[in-house]
Design a protein around this ligand. Structure first.
Ligand code: PMP
Length: 460
């Protein structure tokens, strides 16, 4: 597929961008010197830059374009809705058909223990709303002292003050006096790096039991909720040992601490189940959603509440002093519904579970099992990570793993593949719409990027 003619030269776009635009999570000065890559078009699994170079998008944008780029069904739904009702709010005792239809569909996909959703525009906002809603819930339940949240080191829940506080990214906390008061953190279940001599199962239990120790230290009557991603995304696509989630769930139930799953990446089919907690087989009280809800075509997120929470808030809560201008935006809702139609109608989640997911995971394990640079391969469905390491026998990580991961990622771009590095983990999460031949291309290009990195290190 040919790229359309660039409207301006890449250098012009880069100069204009450098003059006026602050980017996400990078050194702006360094970027301005290097010049941003200008992406101009996307279709299916591919994007093109302003020079016409084609990339296989191994990251589905930012874990979000689950149905791939440019689906006419979503575009038409947005256009129709823009013509019909381009905006209305939820403040004036009103609703509109798009949001009503979406909500009904959402709960037809979710297990029956969930009943209501508060819509937002993003995952960060979903987690901001989480903080307020959970605290309000405990007020309504007559336990106003239950206010503390427990998150995890190296967890990611967003970039606003509250959501970044729930997250455990030390470099984010260093900027801006985070976390806010009332948020504590426990260890992440990252066995490869921190498991030492423990087996994965022992380490998973140990990490989970840190939650119990923290609850006992703070007092169960003070702890509102534990919040975590079913598998860590931005932290490096880290899958916890199998022993982890059952123990976390036992602890939350025992001390009446709400279990809040951040499904912003894991939701909408990524693991081959509709929601990642179903893959790990635990039952959270809340689900934070975004990204795959609209396949990233338009911003939308939300906080899904269990029936128990929603019933208490509705029956006893009175006015909940919360609302966003764009909550349940009609165009976002129409796009989300069309997105769910495509995911369901084409059986994409099922395909990830039964066909493409197992195929990707098998190919990665076949290709990288004996690679001198790859110590571990984790993942399920359309999400995976390769752990780069210096010594496989002792699980020794590179001291300069950030640099090595970045080099590998850069080789990927060179090969026409978008893959991301998180420290020494190469992470991928392609669109669920991927075909087997595109998986071959993804794995082949990843192999070349990893090989080139290994050659530079003298390992191949
Ligand atoms: N939670 C998780 C698990 C995420 O991965 C992200 C974004 N990568 C967020 C929350 C924040 O979402 P957003 O960027 O839409 O605010």
């Amino acid at each position: 597929m040919k790229n359309t003619q660039p409207v301006r030269s890449t250098a012009e776009y880069q100069a204009m961008d450098a003059a006026h635009h602050i980017h996400a999570f990078l050194d702006q000065k360094a970027l301005n010197e290097e010049g941003a890559r200008v992406i101009t078009r996307g279709e299916g699994l591919y994007v093109w830059d302003n020079e016409g170079k084609q990339y296989l998008d191994g990251m589905s944008g930012l874990w979000c374009t689950n149905v791939g780029y440019g689906r006419p069904e979503l575009i038409d739904a947005a256009t129709r809705q823009l013509k019909e009702l381009s905006y209305y709010n939820m403040f004036f005792h009103t609703t509109h058909p798009a949001v009503v239809e979406l909500s009904e569909r959402l709960f037809s996909l979710l297990p029956g223990n969930y009943s209501h959703v508060i819509y937002t525009n993003s995952g960060s906002e979903a987690n901001e709303v989480l903080i307020r809603t959970v605290r309000r819930f405990w007020d309504v339940m007559g336990q106003p002292d239950k206010k503390i949240f427990i998150g995890r080191h190296n967890g990611y829940h967003g970039s606003t003050v509250g959501s970044a506080s729930l997250g455990g990214m030390a470099f984010m906390h260093e900027m801006g006096n985070l976390p806010i008061p009332g948020v504590e953190h426990i260890a992440e279940p990252y066995w490869y790096a921190h498991g030492g001599k423990l087996s994965p199962a022992e380490f998973g239990l140990k990490c989970a039991q840190e939650l119990e120790a923290k609850i006992l230290q703070l007092g169960a009557d003070k702890v509102a909720a534990f919040v975590a991603e079913p598998f860590q995304g931005a932290g490096g696509m880290i899958f916890p040992p199998e022993s982890y989630w059952p123990e976390i769930q036992r602890i939350c139930r025992q001390y009446d601490v709400l279990l809040c799953a951040d499904e912003v990446i894991g939701g909408f089919g990524r693991t081959g189940e509709w929601f990642a907690h179903q893959h790990f087989d635990f039952q959270p009280d809340t689900l934070s959603i975004a990204k795959g809800l609209t396949s990233g075509y338009i911003p939308m997120g939300g906080l899904v509440l269990s029936r128990r929470m929603a019933e208490a808030l509705i029956a006893k809560g009175g006015v909940f002093a919360h609302g966003l201008t764009y909550s349940g935006h009609p165009v976002a809702a129409a796009v989300a519904l069309a997105n769910l139609d495509v995911l369901q109608g084409e059986g994409m989640v099922q395909a990830v579970k039964q066909d493409t997911g197992p195929y990707l995971q098998r190919c990665l394990r076949e290709v990288f099992a004996d690679h001198p640079l790859v110590g571990d391969i984790q993942g399920t469905g359309m999400v995976a990570a390769l752990q780069l390491c210096e010594d496989k026998a002792s699980r020794q990580l590179f001291a300069n793993e950030d640099d090595i991961g970045w080099r590998c990622r850069t080789h990927g771009f060179d090969e026409g593949l978008i893959i991301r590095s998180t420290h020494g983990r190469m992470i991928m999460a392609p669109a669920l719409a991927i075909t087997r031949s595109q998986i071959d291309e993804l794995v082949g290009k990843t192999r070349r990027a990893v090989d080139r990195t290994a050659q530079e290190l003298g390992l191949l």
